[in-house]
Design a protein around this ligand. Sequence first.
Ligand SMILES: Cc1cc2nc3c(=O)[nH]c(=O)nc-3n(C[C@H](O)[C@H](O)[C@H](O)COP(=O)(O)O)c2cc1C
Length: 190
Amino acid sequence: MVSPLVRGISHDISMRILAISGSLRTRSSNTALLIAAARLAPPNWEVMLYDGLSGLPHFNPDMDTDRPPAPVLALREQIRSCQGLLLSSPEYARGVAGALKNALDWLVSGPEFPGKPVALINASQRAISADAHLRVTLKTMSAQLVEAASITLPLLGRNLDADGIISDDFLSSQLRAALDCLGRAIAANG
Ligand SMILES: Cc1cc2nc3c(=O)[nH]c(=O)nc-3n(C[C@H](O)[C@H](O)[C@H](O)COP(=O)(O)O)c2cc1C
């Protein structure tokens, strides 16, 4: 339920990060942003891109028992074993992408998510509502939203892939700074 390693070439891994894009689109700007962030991360970070979003069942409290569906167990295990999260979501109809909200709903009742440092990376300068809604949800779920690592980047309409984002000095420096802040927040947690 995670993509092949997108970063983590060192044997001395000091930080495990799970990146979740709310877009299921093949040429998603949100996913490209997370892949770029993974490639820009320090070499001793392991950044995994979660690719199980489309395989999660719709959240149903009746199924949220001590034996939840396998994809949900896999997601929870990924959350448990990472030290921090990178989240990026498109805005649809002035709200958070349903696929991402569905994943978050599956995490509400478990012990894995509360306190987890989260960097919210917004890929669109126009997506103000989704960003605001996501913040409310994350705070309600007791995530540790790392404000200094939560940034909005003007990708809307630019059709950049990860390589294009990395080769843009402004975008890559903003991403590096956000990762640095996320790393500091994780390190401060001990
Ligand atoms: C059905 C639909 C609804 C959308 N609604 C909004 C919206 O309310 N506000 C907004 O800023 N963008 C809206 N958009 C634009 C997307 O958020 C934008 O295309 C985004 O880049 C998609 O993310 P992705 O490139 O990661 O797939 C909408 C797009 C679609 C297809």
